[in-house]
Each structure stands twice: as C-alpha cells, then as structure tokens.
Design a protein around this ligand. Structure first.
Ligand code: LUZ
Ligand code: MOS
Length: 755
C-alpha cells in the first residue's frame, strides 16, 4: 500500500489469506449451534416436544427461552424482540430453539425430530394494512416547514400519487456468525462478524446477565455488512456466547445462506403517498408525503431508519413548504433493518417520482424541474439545518458539461426514432446525503495507539473493516500524522477490550469518527516526542520540529534523528509512547420535540446521468452508462473511494431493477436463495461507469477533508429506475408504469404492452 492510495487488504483477498470468523482455528471440543426457527409467521406455540431430538447421537443440549440465564431480549432501540420465542411467534424464521451438537450434521438430523404445534394467528405482510389495524413499532414522526396547506391553495399545478419500493437482501458474501469460548472469571470471548462489536457485547451481557466488562468481542474483518450486521449480528453472537458460557465449551453459530436469508431482516420496503405543488414557473412550492415503512415483527433499527427517510425526503431540492409523515408499521416478516442508505433512498425515490409525475403531466423535461429547484447555500432543510458548502448545483452542472448531456439527449432521440424494438432512456439523479448518525450520541469514537520501542506502530480503533477499506484509511491517518511509512503500522482487529463503547461501523461515518479519534491519539504522542526533542535533544523550546518521510527536521533542516532512533531515545528517557484518542463531532444537535436542529456534520453531494437500452420484445434492459460527478472533498484514497462509488451505484441499481424480495401472504420468503433472488452480476452491471471527482476542498469535519463515501453513491442507482421507465414510455407513450420499484423485466413488459 502506498501512503495515499490502494487497499491494504487487496492482496489478502485475492490470495484467500484474509481471515474471517469461520477461518479462526477453533479449540478442541468446539460445539455447533443450529437454530430451530418458526415455520409460521404468526401464532401461539401450543406445544413443543424436543425430547426425542435431545436423545439423538451427537446432541449435547437443546436450549429454549427458559434457559436464557439473563434477559431474553435483544431489541436494540426498543426492547421488543426475544432472543428465543416465548409463547408466541411473529415471523417465519424466528428462532425458537438452539440445537447444540458435536457436529453440524447431528444438529440438522435432530431438527427433523422436533415436534411443534402452533395455533395460527392472522398474518399481516402489508404495512398499510398494519397501519389500519394500529400496529406500529414506534411513534410516528412528522417534519414540518412552512405551511403546505396554505401553499397548495396558491399552486398552479398539483400532482398526487403513490409509490412502492421493495426490500433488499444485504447478501454479504460472508453470512452472519460468531465463535465464542468461555474464559476465566465467569467471562466469555466472542469472535463476531458484526459492524457493531459493542452492540454484540451489550446484547450478550444482557442475555447472560453479566456486566459488559465480562464480555469481550473481537472482530477480525467482515465479508460485507451493508447494514445487515449493524444490529442483527447480535443474535448470532448471543447464541454462540450463551452456549459457550453455560456449557463451558467453545461454540460456533454460523447459519448457512438459506438460513441467513430466511431468518434475517432486509431493507425496509416502503409504500408512500405524495402530493407536490408547483407555481407557473415550475418552482416546487409545497411537498407532502406519508411514508408507510414495512418494519417487520420487531423494531430493530426501523425507528432510526424512519427518521432518516424524513431527513432525506426532499433530497437535493429547496422546498419552502414541507409536511412529511412517517409510520413504522409492524408486520409478520423478519424484522427489517439497516441497508446502505438507511431509509434515505426510500425517501428520495418518492420525491423523484413526484417530480417525474409533474414533468410528465406538464409535458416538460424532468431535468428542468430538478435543476430549477436545486438547493443552495443559505437554504434551510425541513429539519432546520442551514445549507452550507453546497455542491448540489456544481455537481449537476458539471455532469451537464463534462458529459455533454445535450448531445446525449439528441443521440437518444435519434436512436429512438430509428429503432422500433429497442428504446433508450436517460435520467438525471441528484443526491444530497447527511453525514453523521442521526442519533447525536452515537457520533463519538476512540482509538488506541502504541508505538513500540523498535519504532513499529500498533493501531486499534472502533472501526470495523467490512471490505470498505477503512483499515487502509486508518493506516493512512497514522502514517500521515507521524510522517512515517505505512509499512510501519499494523492495524489491529476491532476489539471491545482495547477500544470500548464503540458506535457501529455505519452511517458512512466510520472513517471520519475513528480517523479523528486516531488523529487525536497520534497527535498526543507526536506532541510528547516533539517536546522531548526540544527539551532533551536540542534544548531549544523555540525550534520548529517536523517528521517527513521518517526524517526529523529541525527548523526545516534534516537532523541526525529519524523515526526509529528518535523512538529509541524517547523510550530510554521513559516518554509515554502510547495514547488513547477520543473524538465527538462538534456543533451537532437535534431536538426531537420540535424536529429541528443541526443533526449532520456536513452533506455529501453528487449527480448521476444514467442511460439505458430496453429490449421492447423481451422486456429486458441493459445499463449502457452511468456518468457521475461526485463530491469526495479532498480524497485521501482515490482507489478506495472509487471502489465505494462504483459498488454503491451497482447495489443501488440492483435494488431498483432486478432485486425482488418476495414473501407470500403467509409470510414465507419465496426469494430465499441465490437462484430466486438475483443481484447484479458481471453481465448486468453498467457497461461503463464514469466517476468524475468534483474539484472541491471538502469539509473540516471530514477526516483530512476527505468526505464520507460509503452510502451516498447507492442513491445514484435510483436513476436507473427512471431511465428504464423513460425508455418504456418512448416505446408506448400511453403505457401505465406505476412508480413501483424494482422495475423488473416483468414490469417492463406490462408497461410496454399494457394499455
Ligand atoms: N445507523 C444508525 C445508520 O444507527 N443511525 C444512522 O443515522 C445511520 N445512518 C446510516 C446508516 N446507518
Ligand atoms: Mo449502515 S446502513 O449499517 O451504515
């Protein structure tokens, strides 16, 4: 890895040497834990008989909710979710029993011998139906700015409609899982595939009735998280830990792909109503929306996701009058959860649909309304934060210029005139995404740095490496601060004993929060070293000291000291070479009673132009090109940032086009394997992705002004939906294509040949 680019993990990944939870050598006597999960989506457990199963060969123990030593509760935000079902089941796939066996095959055989009698209760899968019946997971929320009622009376044009957006399976390459073993003093150590080591620690402590200090969680790295392991890794950690702690043997709990897909929650589907009002100049004067979030059977992170939907309900637009409401609806599906974007994409899809609806009805270009209403510095978000360092128009205009959109529009029109059975469509998708956890408390981080006496450096932070390249960025932060080579620095695993009370690696904020905490730790050590040089080595307090490429410069002149011998000298003189850093994002606050405040450190901006071709005989489509101008600030690692951008775009396109999560009316997941749930493969990705780095400084609240990049690019994928829809309408101008995502080839065909 160079000091300013590349990914430290790349070689390990391509050679198969990177270590994941299931690669950790296990101790002798390791037990395997399998979950017996509910076959019904809603019902009362009348009886359950596992006596025969428990007698089978290789079975060590079967645990039910009665065996949970502490609290049978894993709900993170709201305590509404048992670890093991107690009396009732609320979704298919809900864990009921833990089968502990000497090997996995034995556990699988035993599961077949379990008899359960469940009295069925009514199953709800639709969020609007749940809302009608008053089944809500948390309090509803409403953001209000101005007065929409009054504004609508003055609007020349008003459009109302409804949208649907589907779920999305995180489909991390590595499934959920944990490996745990008992340690002395009644404690337990867990290796977990989690974005939130502290979440796992807290949940295990609660389930075992222990202090958090008796639970150590270690995370080597993840084969992807995408939000699916922000909260939902805790159950698997608790199952492994409970087994290990009670039976005093090591235990592993790692579901297979189909078990993972069946038992874990996904991106929240949304059903939404909108009303948009424009004046005669096409200025958006008022916007109202009601969001019905399909939360599933327990709150999980849905209340926080709901909030972010409202924060991003107006995307990159300045709207003077806004009234948006969101309901988190309780259904009999696995608890839905975080997924890259965290409710933001769901909110943005609705206003983009509303604008498209208006433009189509008025017979004007959608881009005209979009550009005309783009926000700028000094505008106020509906939640009270004032827009600053705004790059919305810059990104948009640079797409228009750099990729020559007028020429592309002409090409598309010419193509559509010359071709009967292939049609092209294009769309512009602006994105404005707020960076910070919306829960102010979570915007804090810590780091621990040891400089060893030989000059090598060990770094621990709360950041979890899940393929996003955060370890590379952390090494860069330490290398840059100390002025030393990246090779000198080792990034340790993420561990709750070394760095406590961590926020999950989420909200695109991991590099900012942990990077700034790390910088604080490195700065402390550097200060001690510099003052040591001035007082002990040169005796001159006034001197200017710097370390560049491992050489110590005094008043801009190279000295006899380099990093290595400086550290040796400092150690001999008993200088403290370790430091703990802390960071808490300044300025941010939020008042939930007024729904106003300044929740975000800064915003990330960008715009994507998407061009597609639809095969009007087969209903299939190809993404020809996605051209992006993205606001990275001053990127510290262009390789990693570009990878995040491309990956986000493809994942967003998958959500909007081919990824279709299907449950039947009994709450059974039908898209339950890789054969029935399709994500973009190498043939489905855009033929070209161009990413243009906007030329800007970036925010001081971003680590070295390198802006957060994890989630914002996902929302460029929304553009694919509208580009495909536009191509369908180019074939059949009377087509009825409801604003329902994903726009699968089936839906395209219905649009092409419907009335
Ligand atoms: N997780 C969370 C998130 O707890 N709060 C957030 O605001 C958030 N945003 C994006 C992704 N995960
Ligand atoms: Mo997330 S959706 O775990 O940042």
């Amino acid at each position: 890895m160079k000091n300013n680019s590349g990914n430290i993990d790349a070689a390990g990944h391509v050679t198969g040497r990177s270590t994941y939870v299931d690669d950790i050598p296990v101790m002798e006597g390791v037990l395997f834990v399998k979950v017996f999960d509910s076959p019904n989506a809603h019902g009362k457990i009348k009886s359950i008989d596992f006596s025969a199963a428990e007698q089978m060969e290789g079975i060590v123990k079967i645990f039910s909710c009665k065996d949970v030593p502490g609290e049978n509760q894993i709900g993170g935000i709201i305590p509404d979710e048992p670890l093991l079902a107690d009396g009732e089941v609320h979704f298919q796939g809900q864990p009921i029993l833990l089968i502990v066996a000497e090997n996995e095959d034995a556990a699988e055989e035993a599961i077949k011998a379990i008899k359960i009698d469940i009295e069925p209760l009514p199953v709800i899968t639709d969020p609007r139906e749940a809302f009608k019946q008053g089944k809500l997971l948390s309090v509803s929320r409403k953001f209000v700015k101005g007065d929409t009622g009054n504004a609508f009376t003055k609007c020349k044009y008003i459009f109302e409609g409804r949208t649907e957006s589907g779920g999305q399976e995180q489909l991390y390459l590595e499934t959920q899982g944990a490996y745990a073993y008992p340690i002395e003093h009644n404690s337990v150590k867990i290796f977990s595939s989690t974005q939130g080591p502290t979440q796992v620690q807290r949940t295990v402590a609660r389930v075992l009735g222990l202090g958090m200090n008796k639970v150590e969680v270690d995370v080597p790295r993840l084969g992807g998280g995408f939000g699916g392991k922000e909260d939902q890794a805790s159950a698997w950690g608790a199952m492994a830990a409970m087994t290990a702690w009670i039976l005093k043997r090591p235990a592993k709990c790692i579901p297979h792909r189909m078990e993972d897909m069946r038992m874990t929650g996904k991106r929240n589907p949304y059903s939404s109503d909108y009303k948009i009002g424009l004046d005669e100049g096409y200025n958006i004067m008022a916007y109202e929306a009601t969001f019905y979030q399909n939360g599933g059977a327990a709150a999980d992170l849905s209340p926080a996701i709901l909030e972010r939907t409202l924060f991003h309900a107006t995307n990159s637009y300045h709207v003077p009058n806004v009234n948006v409401t969101a309901h988190s609806c309780k259904t009999n599906l696995p608890p839905n959860t975080a997924f890259r974007g965290f409710g933001g994409p769901q909110g943005m899809f609705v206003i983009e649909a509303a604008i498209d609806h208006a433009a189509r009805s008025l017979g004007i270009d959608t881009t005209l309304i979009q550009r005309k209403n783009m926000m700028d510095n000094g505008d106020e978000f509906p939640y009270g934060q004032i827009v600053t360092e705004c790059e919305a128009k810059h990104c948009w205009d640079e797409v228009v210029n750099a990729y020559d959109i007028e020429a592309i529009k002409k090409e598309v029109n010419t193509f559509n005139q010359q071709n009967t059975f292939h049609k092209k469509g294009l769309s512009m998708m602006p994105v404005c995404f707020g960076i910070s956890f919306t829960n102010t408390m979570m915007n804090q981080a810590r780091a621990l740095v040891h400089v060893y006496s030989d000059g090598s450096v060990g770094v621990s932070t709360g950041a979890v490496e899940m393929g996003q390249g955060v370890n590379s960025k952390m090494i860069q932060v330490a290398a840059k601060c100390f002025g030393i080579a990246a090779e000198r620095i080792k990034l340790e695993s993420t561990n709750t004993t070394r760095v406590a009370n961590t926020s999950p690696s989420a909200a695109s904020s991991t590099a900012d929060l942990n990077g700034k905490a790390l910088l604080d730790a490195c700065d402390q050590i550097k200060e001690r070293l510099f003052s040591f040089i001035k007082t002990e080595l040169t005796g001159n307090e006034e001197e200017r000291v710097e370390i560049k490429e491992e050489v110590v410069y005094i008043n801009d002149e190279a000295s006899v000291f380099n990093w290595k011998n400086l550290i040796q000298q400092a150690f001999i003189k008993r200088i403290n070479l370790s430091a703990k850093g802390h960071y808490a994002t300044p300025y941010i606050y939020y008042d939930k009673t007024t729904e106003k405040g300044h929740p975000f450190a800064y915003h990330v901006y960008g715009t994507a132009l998407t061009i597609v071709t639809v095969d009007c005989i087969r209903g299939t489509y190809e993404i020809d090109e996605v051209d992006v101008v993205h606001d990275f600030g001053t990127s510290i690692n262009r390789d990693v940032d570009l990878g995040q951008c491309e990956g986000g775009i493809v994942q967003g396109i998958g959500w909007m086009t081919m990824e279709e999560v299907v449950y039947n009316e009994n709450g059974k997941l039908l898209s339950n394997a890789l054969s029935t749930y399709k994500i973009p493969d190498i043939y489905a990705v855009p033929k070209k992705i161009n990413v243009h780095f906007l030329n800007t400084d970036g925010s001081d609240l971003a680590i070295f002004k390198s802006k957060a990049v994890g989630e914002p690019p996902l929302m460029y994928g929304i553009g694919a939906y509208f580009a495909i829809r536009n191509a369908v309408l180019a074939f059949n101008a009377k087509a009825s294509v409801p604003y329902e995502a994903p726009i699968t080839p089936e839906k395209v065909l219905m649009g092409l040949y419907g009335n």
